[in-house]
Design a protein around this ligand. Structure first.
Ligand SMILES: Cc1ncc(COP(=O)(O)OP(=O)(O)O)c(N)n1
Ligand SMILES: Cc1nc(C(=O)O)sc1CCOP(=O)(O)O
Length: 427
């Protein structure tokens, strides 16, 4: 077996350190990451002074990097006082003289520092690596995970400086992710390094599975209209839900990404309270970032197949389709529903091709997926749309008839009544 990178953790006896060094001399590895575990983040002493001379004389000279915390660096340097960043630099230089190629002195315990400062020294340059200090009691295991992450990055072939930066970012993100978890009985809890796995599985989780009847009254927001009427997107979404909207899509063409994310998160809270799914138009990144229930993509947006890979199996994906071929492709790509239009001419979307009721019917009959009709639909014509009577036409998606009006709630309620009267999907 070829071993590329070895990372050491706690080595409880002199005999074990000596055996390890002997093995490493016989079977050299590409890189050796030494976490000289002697004092844990929680302050527990994990290895006695008898081990220090073996560390200094045998193990450290073989290491590509060593990653002591302040107490370990001090122990290796016969009790040297380490209280400032300058002290850490001096310690890194002295430890480097013992033979390792790189030294990372971790300043997590540095008094009076609002940042977490680590010093990396490679014999030529010092790098001061700073990240915000995350206030949490769940820090147990951070040193070990940092060194393991460095080893993993080095094994992937990255240079030491980038390996350390990536590892530090990983630990920082994991600390932040798990900072409020109530876990463990002692003064400290473990931090949670499975964050990527968990955040992905959470991202893949939706409150409820997709129900095609959610397409019944589909409210699609428009920032320009809401601005014109002097209301926020959040107020618009609330009003639409109060009026009976069964699904919401945020279609914010002019929003800056950060603003879009913030309003999406606020809207999501409202939607979750009411059990109404919230989709994001076009922006798969925003949907992932705010854990929305899904996305709606057009023919020139990210392909549904790619969106599905990014979003996972449970999120809702809708695709705009004007033809039977597009509807077939949406099904193949793993979409959940299609939006078909424009049924009528509309001013909301420039240069939109109108397919009419016949086009809608043709697409519905070809589609294996549920369909929602869109384009120029409102109280006056929703019934005619639903009367094409194909069983997979589940509802209407509406922008201006709800949001380019003074009272969103009233308009939504009226449309809801019309749709109820049309007895959708019963044939
Ligand atoms: C339900 C629904 N159907 C169709 C569309 C149109 O989406 P797209 O083709 O991506 O065009 P834009 O909305 O981006 O202008 C939709 N948004 N919702
Ligand atoms: C966003 C959109 N997509 C369409 C399509 O045909 O795919 S029509 C349209 C605009 C719908 O707005 P209104 O309800 O104001 O007509």
């Amino acid at each position: 077996m070829q071993v590329d990178v070895v990372k050491t953790g706690m080595l409880p006896s002199v005999g074990i350190v000596k055996t390890l060094c002997k093995t490493l001399r016989e079977f050299p590895v590409h890189a050796l990451v030494v976490d000289p575990v002697m004092v844990s983040t929680s302050g527990d002493v994990l290895a006695g002074p008898s081990i220090l001379s073996t560390f200094r004389e045998e193990l450290l000279p073989m290491a590509d990097i060593i990653t002591p915390n302040l107490k370990e660096a001090s122990a290796l340097l016969n009790g040297m006082q380490l209280e400032t960043v300058d002290d850490m630099r001096s310690a890194a230089r002295l430890l480097h003289n013992m033979g390792p190629k790189n030294v990372l002195v971790k300043g997590g315990d540095l008094p009076d520092s609002s940042d977490a400062v680590d010093i990396l020294y490679n014999g030529h340059n010092f790098y001061e690596l700073r990240s915000p200090r995350i206030r949490t009691r769940n820090t147990h295991g951070t040193g070990c995970s940092l060194a393991s992450s460095i080893a993993a990055e080095v094994a992937k072939g990255y240079p030491m400086l980038s390996a350390v930066k990536v590892a530090k970012r990983f630990v920082e993100t994991a600390l932040d992710y798990s900072k409020e978890i109530d876990i463990g009985n002692g003064p400290q809890g473990p931090f949670d390094h499975l964050l990527r796995l968990k955040s992905h599985s959470q991202a893949c989780h939706r409150q409820q599975p997709f129900d095609p009847s959610d397409l019944f009254l589909y409210a699609v927001t428009d920032s320009r209209m809401n601005k014109r009427w002097g209301r926020s997107i959040i107020d618009a979404v609330k009003a639409a839900i109060d009026g009976g909207a069964t699904i919401i899509q945020l279609r914010e063409k002019d929003a800056e990404t950060k603003d879009f994310m913030e309003s999406a998160k606020a809207c999501l809270r409202i939607c979750r309270l009411h059990g109404v799914p919230l989709l994001i138009n076009d922006r798969v990144d925003v949907a992932i970032a705010c854990d929305a229930d899904g996305v709606h993509v057009g023919q020139s947006d990210m392909p549904a197949r790619v969106a599905r890979t990014l979003l996972g199996p449970e999120k809702i994906i809708g695709v705009s389709c004007k033809t039977p071929e597009q509807a077939e492709q949406a099904w193949v790509d793993g979409a959940d529903y299609i939006g078909c239009g424009g049924v009528y001419p509309t001013n909301t979307k420039e240069n939109n091709i109108t397919v009419g009721l016949n086009g809608l019917k043709t697409v519905c009959m070809a589609s294996k997926l549920p369909v929602v009709a869109i384009g120029g639909i409102g109280v006056s014509n929703a019934r005619a749309v639903m009367e094409i009577r194909t069983s997979n036409l589940k509802g209407v998606a509406v922008v201006s008839a709800l949001f380019d009006r003074e009272c969103v709630q009233t308009e939504t309620r009226q449309l809801h009544e019309v749709l109820l009267g049309s007895n959708i999907g019963s044939t």
